[in-house]
Design a protein around this ligand. Sequence first.
Ligand code: GUN
Length: 296
Amino acid sequence: MSATLLDGKKLAAEMRAEIAAEVARLKTETGVQPGLGVILAGENPASLSYVTAKEKACAEAGMFSREVRLPGTATQQDVVAVVQEMNRDARLHGILVQLPLPKGIDERAVIDAILPEKDVDGFTPVNAGRMLIGETCFLPCTPHGIIQMLLRAGVETRGRHAVVVGRSNIVGKPVAQLLARKAPGGDATVTICHTGTKDLASFTKTADILIVAAGHADTIDGSMVKPGAVVIDVGVNRVPDATKPRGYRLCGDVDFDSVKEVASLLTPVPGGVGPMTITMLLFNTLEAAKRTAAAM
Ligand code: GUN
């Protein structure tokens, strides 16, 4: 079998067109232009490219964006001060602090400084807690993007076995919750695997839907996948490659060549989950702006 590729770029473009139309409508009807504040501290090259992509996407959707860049020597107080200032900036409906932050900064303390109503990443304890108990909240962008992909690709999750590899706060834990909740794109039976799991393959081989967010290239190969499974590769790894102009190539957490022979649907890297993550950030920022407009 050769898997069909789940084209995140195409799905993201469809959703972004819908979002741009809503942004234009909101501006015309209420005068509110959705705005996103982005904070980048340090010079992590991957973070820099994500932030650039987020800002470009905001502009294309007709949103306002404001970026503050801090040096790698910035202190926790410096970053928190920018968050607090963005909390007060009425042009901004959402705030995103790009992670990871430079060494020595307590990420939790910085995230806790974001007003929950501007937390479009869904990282504050208030939003994470609301998601857990099924209340209205901002869903974290990568997990929400994955669910939207499954829904739009017509993948049935109800009653299926979903295996999540990885237990991060950003992807593994929340995507497992979304897959298990009683809602469209949910109702799955979910297993979470992590670095403490013994015999990973014995679990992944039973997955109808396999979500891989381990943070390491080649975590999963074709022998670890059930024939016909849907495989979502969340990893973005830079592998040195002298034949590429930048000196590296991007690859996911799964061994694409062997998994594509076994899976029925597979997300490529790049062009799979990544574009959906940014799309859900736009979606949440629009939602935050709509709430502000409704309260005016
Ligand atoms: N770093 C990696 N993924 C993310 C994300 O979704 N949001 C933020 N703020 N930082 C990240």
